[in-house]
Design a protein around this ligand. Structure first.
Ligand code: GDP
Length: 195
């Protein structure tokens, strides 16, 4: 599904810029610096595809990628910027909320969690938004290579516990390392298997 078939389609800053909902899509959300761009690049096998856009000016953009003409892969802007202006944050939240609650073709959201840090308050916020929008979400733990084997179970447990409070959460976790390639194929097949 992914090999050599992914392309950037457009960056969207308002609801009327969304592409037609003519195919299934999945979106990726996560705190800035969680490793979202790196993961999307690893998934699609295209290094420069998703750029780390860690500047407040670009926080409102929802980036659409086409995968094999059959799926959209949607890169939601990173959240949790300490220094983003309030107006920017509010505009982004509004767009995000409208997108999540009104997108019939959105099959699943992947909420990325840094395996070193676990679920934080800002992650809880996005999960609540997904609950309210009734969008099934699945947690993807990133940077697994930075966590010692014996500590992994702890973060997995903490994440499971956090998820148990969220009706829209899909229970299965995916532990990934974009650096080492762990979990990437698993995530691909999850996306591929969505109906
Ligand atoms: P984004 O802001 O969520 O798009 O984060 P980036 O993809 O830009 O990644 C943030 C930082 O984490 C970068 O320095 C990446 O090289 C690093 N990073 C991302 N994924 C991994 C990973 O799987 N393992 C390790 N060790 N570092 C990673």
């Amino acid at each position: 599904l992914f090999a050599g078939t992914t392309d950037f389609l457009k960056g969207v800053v308002a609801m009327n810029g969304l592409p037609d909902p003519d195919r299934m899509e999945v979106c990726f959300a996560g705190r800035s610096n969680v490793g979202k761009s790196t993961l999307i690049n690893a998934l699609t096998g295209r290094k420069g595809l998703a750029r780390a856009s860690n500047t407040p000016g670009r926080t409102q953009e929802i980036n659409f990628f086409t995968v094999a003409e059959s799926h959209y892969l949607v890169d939601l802007p990173g959240y949790g910027y300490a220094n983003a202006p309030l107006a920017v944050v509010e505009k982004w939240q509004r767009l995000l909320k409208n997108y999540l609650s009104g997108r019939a073709t959105l099959r699943r959201a992947f909420v990325l969690i840094d395996a070193r840090h676990g679920v934080k308050d800002v992650d809880e916020e996005i999960m609540k938004l997904l609950d309210r929008a009734a969008v099934t979400f699945q947690c993807v733990l990133t940077k697994a290579d930075k966590v010692k084997l014996q500590d992994r179970e702890k973060v997995l447990d903490q994440t499971r516990k956090a998820l148990s409070k969220h009706p829209a959460a899909y229970p299965e976790l995916v532990l990934t390392s974009s650096e080492k390639g762990d979990g990437i194929e698993t995530l691909r097949s999850i996306i591929y298997g969505l109906e």
